[in-house]
Design a protein around this ligand. Structure first.
Ligand code: VG1
Ligand code: CO
Length: 560
């Protein structure tokens, strides 16, 4: 039976502006009549004429509202001339796996249903992200046109009667006004696992984890925090690499992530941190809701700072056979510590510095300028896809450990001995008053961007003097297409290379989140707690900002 396309009259909603990574709002906002449809129509319309008979992939991190949103998107794709939608069974697809599918099947793009590390459930957050044909998050010009479209939308198209079953793997054919429309429900794990098997030596990793002969196995503890990575972790680490089912935790995706933040950091993944401290595990890992972030811990809870993780992986890519002799360049986001730069310097490999957000790495990878990149926010990845990739990072770390045959802590100590150490910390003040934060940054800007600020001296409690060398609001010119991203965060850099960075988050769903990133470099091995090393600089930053006065917060919500 042929199904009819219906045009539905609508009016624009304010604020459908994608942030650092997609549109994120409280579920109740997306549940408003026409809200989700307006944004989806804006995405589909911005695909332009290529939408005719194209294939798109749809899926998400399993949070509340993913399934109804996926069904709505499928009905709207049918109405907008899409030929085929690939959807993960039960609307499940990790963000990295969506990127794999877009690239493997040369799709026009994909729609990802996630608010990433933000909590989920009927009273928490939902989000929608659009990835383009290279498999990566839509660049600024695309998200800007989606936003512009949303501001003047007057109708959207849907096939309301299209009844699709997304819980059974297989192909469903429909006739939409005499045109063929196909929905293929797939196992979301298969294509991702196939790519990981191409990149990594699974036999060697299995030997490492299971042990062989007299060598005992390398014990891992993986926590999916009830996010989307569960089925991927189960297949890769348990079924294929031989870890015991006790070595994986929270591997069933839950709509509310068990009421917790699916955010892999020391605060929200405290259960993993404690288990690592108490247990005899060699490596621990956790991921965020949509599977693109990773936190890595060594035995006894040794914390691997993400900026250091990137630097050490970059320095050891030859431990992974598929990367040997293929490294073209490195990249890090601006707030990420400069540990990577020292590896680049020593290996004579160029390091690019981009604004926060994975979308800025895409052009560099497409132009083969970089092989590995990362962000201080627990994001690590390579040119195998165009998203950061949590499970990839664990497999990369296992490959490094397997080839060095030493503990993570020893690998880091050797690295710092050779390169020196970039101490790094980030303070997050979540959900502050947005107006107060705006005022705070206005005052800060007028203070630090004045010429008299250069040369200003600060005294640390240990007697060290910090002299301001440079202060700016970071601008980025994309070396591939020349596009400009301006005002990406304040950088205050001191003469000895120490610095702090201040910016507002672009992923929160309400209020404002202030992020303060602080870094200092020590050329000799000190092995001090970063919080002790950086205490004075943190205070200098907070006092210059007058953060306590403006936000009323004595302590940050999260310290990394
Ligand atoms: C944060 C991180 C950024 C990351 C982004 C998306 O953005 O700082 O590095 O790319 O989240 O990650 P912001 O604007 O809140 O600082 V995810 O895993 O939430 O898609
Ligand atoms: Co994420």
């Amino acid at each position: 039976m042929s199904q009819e396309v219906v045009s539905v009259k609508t009016e624009p909603f304010d604020g459908q502006k994608p942030g650092t990574s997609g549109l994120r709002k409280n579920v109740s906002v997306f549940q408003q009549k026409h809200y989700t449809e307006n944004f989806v129509q804006s995405i589909l319309s911005c695909i332009g004429p290529r939408i005719k008979d194209c294939t798109l992939v749809v899926g998400g991190d399993g949070r509340f509202f993913c399934k109804p949103a996926a069904e709505t998107i499928i009905r709207m794709c049918a109405a907008n001339g899409v030929g085929k939608v690939i959807v993960g069974k039960d609307a499940i697809f990790s963000t990295p796996a969506i990127s794999v599918v877009i690239r493997k099947y040369n799709l026009v793009g994909g729609i990802i249903l996630t608010a990433s590390h933000n909590p989920g459930g009927p009273n928490a957050d939902f989000g929608i992200k659009f990835n383009t044909s290279n498999g990566g998050p839509a660049p600024d010009d695309v998200t800007n046109s989606i936003f512009e479209f949303s501001k003047s939308i007057s109708e959207y198209f849907i096939v309301p009667g299209l009844s699709v079953d997304i819980s059974t793997v297989g192909v469903q054919n429909f006739d939409v006004s005499g045109r063929k429309f196909v929905v293929e429900v797939v196992d979301p794990v298969t294509d991702y696992v196939a790519l990981m098997k191409e990149l990594f030596d699974f036999d060697a990793l299995k030997d490492l984890i299971k042990g062989n002969g007299e060598k005992s196995g390398f014990k891992i503890l993986i926590d999916s925090l009830s996010g989307v990575t569960g089925p991927y972790v189960q297949r890769i680490f348990v079924d294929l690499l031989g870890a015991s089912p006790d070595n994986v935790r929270n591997v069933i995706p839950l709509e509310d992530f068990g009421g917790k933040h699916p955010d892999p950091n020391l605060t929200y993944a405290a259960d993993l941190v404690n288990a690592m401290k108490e247990g005899d595990y060699n490596l621990g890992a956790a991921f965020d809701g949509d599977g693109d972030r990773n936190m890595i811990l060594g035995s006894k809870g040794f914390f691997v700072n993400p900026s250091d993780s990137l630097a050490v992986l970059a320095d050891n890519l030859e431990c992974i056979p598929s990367y040997k002799n293929k490294v073209t360049g490195y990249a890090r986001s601006m707030p990420t510590s400069a540990a990577l730069d020292r590896v680049g310097e020593s290996r004579k490999i160029k390091v690019y510095e981009t604004p926060t957000g994975w979308k800025y790495f895409g052009n560099l990878m497409d132009a083969e300028k970089i092989t590995i990149c990362g962000e201080e926010s627990f994001g690590t990845g390579s040119n195998h896809i165009r998203e950061k990739d949590g499970i990839w990072a664990v497999l990369a770390w296992l490959s490094v450990v397997s080839s060095h045959q030493s503990s993570l802590e020893d690998i880091f100590k050797k690295h710092w001995e050779k390169y020196g150490r970039n101490y790094f910390t980030r303070y997050d003040y979540e959900n502050c008053d947005a107006d107060k934060c705006r005022q705070m940054l206005e005052e800060f800007e007028s203070k630090v961007l004045s010429s008299s600020f250069i040369g200003k001296k600060y005294q640390s409690s240990s007697g060290k003097t910090y002299v301001v060398k440079l202060a700016d609001n970071f601008n980025y010119a994309d070396p591939v297409d020349g596009s400009i991203a301006s005002k990406q965060g304040f950088r205050i850099i001191f003469e000895d290379g120490s610095r702090y960075v201040v910016r507002l988050s672009g992923t929160g769903s309400s209020g404002a989140t202030v992020r303060v990133y602080v870094e200092s470099y020590e050329s000799s091995q000190i092995l001090e707690d970063p919080q002790v090393m950086l205490g004075s600089l943190v205070n200098i930053a907070l006092e210059t900002l007058r953060l306590r006065e403006y936000t009323g917060r004595e302590e940050p919500t999260v310290i990394t």
